[in-house]
Design a protein around this ligand. Structure first.
Ligand code: ADP
Ligand code: MG
Length: 453
């Protein structure tokens, strides 16, 4: 029985995951079944499902593929409804807010939905003035991959729907052009696969993998910043695909020319096709998104409650979704109907507790790093640029980003008003060093252990 492999897969994941993340999200999972190359993972709740889909599905697929080359898709299903507060993941005590998403569990043909981690569709993307151009361009690309806009470069702030649109392109192409070979990957995965290929002297199979696709979807390309070797490799991949009229789609949190330390030849190529931005949704679009999300969850929400949420949660769609989902689950736990009054009270509590938790834990990260490396908290928050201070500061940036899920601008604020590009640079530096410098890797492991205790 293939499900017997799960303990081994978990053991391998434990190696590459921080302890709190492992204990909270991965440990409570099981491999339920395998059918025709479709692997189904059972998870206790939708928080875990979301986390897994966002952070671990690629790794899991890769690990499974090592044992069973016939793996076609991996999907998650929720096996137990949340029955008490205790069932909610505890990672919050470590400061991370679970990323909310209301993707329905795939029922009819999960292999269509989830192969390659493509969970998002055009059908449930709400179009407003903020994303109309990006949406239209994405649809054209999905209809005629390689023919219209190549590359398509989608950019915008966190949680505004870049990944959603990019995956929707992939899902639509799989439906309309089933023969086309599609890869959806993140820039970080691309980078680590490349490094791994170098290490194992398997670069030719890496090249083969990425140069033989019809559609390459690559998420968060800003992480190419500072990675010269990977930039070089991506440059060649890009050229070969582009010359062969294969479709390339990229997302980033900023314009190509705003990506620091990215070779000019890449910056210019990224602008060859269509560059489309996604802005924050306005009030009306926020209400429309909430309506769509509530309908997806099969919950009727009063109009005044939707309006209230749309008025109070304005930053991005992910948080909008998060507020709604948490409100719904709180009301389910309390077994009450969501009135405006209830929503106001519950959301205030949700916002307050997440703020409190996050400030406590970001403080803890800074203090722990300062203590561990023998520097002053004040210096980490300050602007001294000496090596003794820059390294701990960059470690803090890395941990806030990767352990607590803060955005680059948020980290900039927490560190005494630093520019988000400085934070990106610092975080990227540690991410790169981690792979090449044993001392950095050791420091990170120790810090993660200190933080989780
Ligand atoms: P990004 O990649 O830009 O950080 P995501 O694509 O991950 O953001 O979007 C965050 C969440 O918000 C996802 O769950 C996504 O489905 C949802 N979302 C974003 N924009 C829209 C939209 N216009 N309509 C419906 N859902 C959206
Ligand atoms: Mg994204």
């Amino acid at each position: 029985m293939k499900t017997g492999i799960w303990p081994d897969i978990l053991a391998a994941l434990e190696q590459k995951t921080s302890k709190p993340n492992f204990v909270t999200w991965l440990k409570p999972t099981q491999l339920l079944e395998e059918k025709n190359g479709l692997f189904v993972i059972g998870v206790p709740n939708h928080y875990t499902k979301n986390w897994l889909e966002q952070h671990a599905l690629n790794d899991i697929t890769q690990l499974l593929t090592q044992h069973y080359p016939e793996v076609r898709a991996v999907s998650c299903v929720i096996t137990e409804p949340i029955t008490s507060l205790e069932d909610l993941p505890l990672l919050q005590s470590f400061g991370t807010q679970p990323e909310e998403s209301t993707e329905p569990v795939a029922t009819e043909s999960p292999e269509d939905d989830l192969a390659f981690g493509l969970q998002h569709r055009f059908e449930n993307f709400v179009v407003g003035n903020n994303n109309r151009l990006a949406f239209a361009a994405a649809q054209v690309v999905a209809e005629k991959p390689g023919e219209a806009y190549n590359p398509l470069f989608l950019y915008g702030g966190v949680g505004l729907g870049k990944t959603h649109l990019m995956q929707a392109i992939g899902s639509a192409i799989r439906l309309n052009h089933p023969k086309k070979k599609i890869i959806y990957t993140s820039c970080e995965t691309f980078t680590s696969e490349f490094i791994e290929a170098l290490r194992l002297k398997e670069v030719s199979s890496f090249k083969k993998k990425y140069r033989n696709v019809d559609v390459l979807l690559i998420d968060d390309i800003q992480f190419l910043s500072n990675k010269e070797g990977t930039q070089e490799e991506f440059f060649h991949t890009f050229n070969i695909l582009h010359q062969a009229k294969r479709q390339i789609v990229m997302t980033a949190d900023r314009l190509p020319r705003e990506i620091a330390n990215l070779e000019e030849r890449l910056t210019s190529r990224f602008g060859w096709g269509m560059v489309a931005d996604i802005q924050s949704p306005n009030y009306e679009t926020r209400v429309a998104i909430l309506q769509a999300k509530a309908a997806e969850q099969g919950v009727a929400i009063r109009p005044e409650v939707m309006e209230f949420i749309a008025n109070t949660t304005t930053s991005n769609v992910r948080e909008l979704e998060g507020s709604l989902t948490r409100l719904i689950s709180t009301a389910q736990l309390d077994a009450v109907e969501i009135t405006l009054e209830y929503a106001a009270r519950a959301l205030k509590e949700i916002i307050r507790s997440s703020k409190e938790k996050s400030s406590v834990s970001s403080k803890k990260v800074i203090q722990t790093v300062a203590q561990y490396l023998g520097v002053e908290v004040m210096d980490i928050l300050g602007s001294k640029r000496t090596k003794e201070i820059v390294y701990p500061r960059q470690l803090v940036m890395y941990l806030l980003r990767n352990e607590l899920g803060y955005s680059f601008p948020q980290i900039g604020d927490l560190l005494g008003g630093k520019d988000h590009t400085t934070v990106m640079h610092g975080e990227g530096k540690i991410a790169a060093l981690k792979k090449t410098d044993d001392r950095v890797e050791q420091d990170l492991t120790t810090l993660q252990t200190l933080l989780s205790s």
